[in-house]
Design a protein. Sequence first.
Length: 214
Amino acid sequence: MIDSNILKIDNLGPLKVSRETLNELEDFSKSIILRNREINLISKTTEKSIKSRHIEDSAQTIDFIDENEINICTDLGSGAGLPGIVLGILMKPKKPLFKLIFYEKSYHKAVFLGEMSKKFKLNSEIHRKNIFEEKNLNTDVIISRAFKPLPVVFEIALTNFKNFKYIILYLGKTGRKILVEALKNWKFDYEERKSLTNEDSIIVKIWNLKKKNG
């Protein structure tokens, strides 16, 4: 039996969302925990903190994509759909045609993503493919929560995507050091925000990405 107090999402901080949206996020949380008994979607040690650790953590990136020119979001290594499914649920009442593209190699996780997309009536594509082997991809936002290190995501963005506007990444307590190191080999503009769910982490939005010569 799942403790309903764990799943009760009363608010999302500064986000103003409808009761229907909150109910869908609670339903998504319940679906993750139920399926987690069969496949490893999230660490079992974080099930009791799923609201803050996973749902709110995913939702806080909405300000980076809730913009007029953002219509497609590609989630790399999406796993349980964090943050992609959460963002899709949040964007649905604002922009019903907002499109989510998921890349997840695991068969069982890809099936779960398909089920959740259908359940919450999201406009999505689920690709059970190796992103490193894909070419000429198009998107507005590339997002990655727990996929590969920053330099690897940069390489994917420039090598495998033909067009993108922004990259959104979660960085841990060494995030600022990672950014400084990256600037030795890359040119980019960025905006950073302190994570609302982890005081040691930051969320960064990156654009105008180019690799330095030599």
